[in-house]
Design a protein around this ligand. Structure first.
Ligand SMILES: Cc1cc2nc3c(=O)[nH]c(=O)nc-3n(C[C@H](O)[C@H](O)[C@H](O)COP(=O)(O)O)c2cc1C
Length: 253
């Protein structure tokens, strides 16, 4: 079976692989991970909403219910600052602690957020596959690199890979799957994990090997890979965001 052959090939290539320095393609991340928030963001949020989550005097908005949700929620200056900061401060992590697996409680929280992403007409077209088995993880890493062709681990050492598929019979499957990935990336940041969307899920799972894995996971060929999520504990400094382009927003006033 291809999996056994792949394992043999992998053993043979191990020496060579050890010589590969994964960090070469990672960002230059050296200072301690406590530097989570850039001053720019802090200033922006402070100006907009007058505080940071570390400031206990800022009341966090309670979940609204019933009539209240219609129009009063945003009117009382009671903004969920922590949620906004989380959205602004999530970054793609490209260096992980390879030895530290994601604990179940944190993984479950990330997966819960994924399952609560909006989907067109509420059809829940995506499927989420969690890979923590090292052999399978390394296998899909190699398959991904076969498409990518860079000779490195495209998952940057992350010990957990989440593959999001979606049912291509549903016209909005790419959008649905993308929102699942987005929710999970933001949830990962909220619980202190690093994550990065890794491309090429579509190509990898259209290969024969990919189809075999999908069959093992109980997924029919109507499912298409939308994206992979590398998940784990970040190592090193927190990446800074690129400046936003000036003409990002167009107002028609
Ligand atoms: C559809 C999509 C595909 C991506 N594919 C990769 C990838 O294959 N490898 C990678 O290192 N980052 C990948 N990324 C991460 C982006 O490079 C990253 O989001 C972007 O540089 C902005 O950085 P930020 O996430 O820190 O804000 C991908 C992101 C998206 C949305």
């Amino acid at each position: 079976m291809w999996f056994r052959k792949w394992k043999e090939k992998r053993r043979a290539r191990k020496a060579g692989r050890e010589a590969i320095n994964m960090n070469e393609t990672s960002r230059d991340i050296q200072s301690p991970p406590e530097t989570r928030y850039t001053e720019d963001y802090k200033e922006y949020i402070d100006n907009q909403y007058g505080g940071t989550p570390a400031d206990n005097s800022i009341p966090l908005r309670e979940m609204p219910s019933g009539e209240e949700t219609k129009n009063e929620v945003r009117m009382d200056n009671n903004i969920n600052v922590a949620a906004l900061k989380n959205l602004l401060e999530r970054r793609s992590i490209r260096k992980y602690d390879t030895e530290r697996q994601v604990p179940k409680e944190l993984l479950d929280t990330v997966l819960l957020a994924g399952q609560y992403a909006p989907t067109a007409m509420g059809k829940q077209s995506p499927k989420i596959v969690v890979v923590q088995n090292k052999e399978v993880r390394d296998c899909i890493s190699e398959m991904n690199d076969e498409v990518w062709g860079r000779g490195i681990d495209p998952f940057y050492g992350a010990p957990t890979i989440i593959v999001v598929f979606a049912d291509s019979n549903i016209p909005t499957y790419v959008q649905d799957g993308s929102l699942v990935l987005g929710n999970m990336m933001n949830a990962a940041h909220a619980v202190g994990l690093g994550s990065c969307w890794i491309n090429r899920a579509k190509e990898v799972f259209l290969t024969e090997k990919g189809k075999e894995l999908m069959a093992k996971w109980g997924l029919g060929e109507n499912y298409i890979g939308v994206g992979n999520l590398a998940l784990g504990f970040a190592v090193g400094d927190y990446p800074k965001p690129a400046p936003r382009k000036e003409d990002y927003i167009v107002f028609d006033e």
